[in-house]
Design a protein around this ligand. Sequence first.
Ligand code: SF4
Length: 115
Amino acid sequence: MLDMALNATRFFRNESCGKCVPCRVGSQKMVDLLTGWTMGEGSPSDMGLIEELSDALRLTSICGLGQVVPAPISSVLKHFREEVEAHVSRRECPSGICFAGEKRPNLAAMASRPV
Ligand code: SF4
């Protein structure tokens, strides 16, 4: 889900016309943060930063494109927060998608499965 949010955010960043600073700079910052999370470079303080950045984009972007930039990660954080926290806090991708394609299975979940 984090990878999906990153792809959607990259799309919005690419489509930004650059007229206003919050969208032009904020969408790039959002992509940088999410990319870091998929590469094991996140920190727990990033969660607060994402929320501040999301508010700034929603409240200060001139048009709907800038205002919707935070929607993908906001939705993923609302419905799949544990998955995101696994990336940020434990540097673990439960789906084995992130970390430069390196498969990192959730060993705790595998250990608890019945044989
Ligand atoms: S919010 Fe709209 S006007 Fe502002 S940079 Fe983004 S696309 Fe352009």
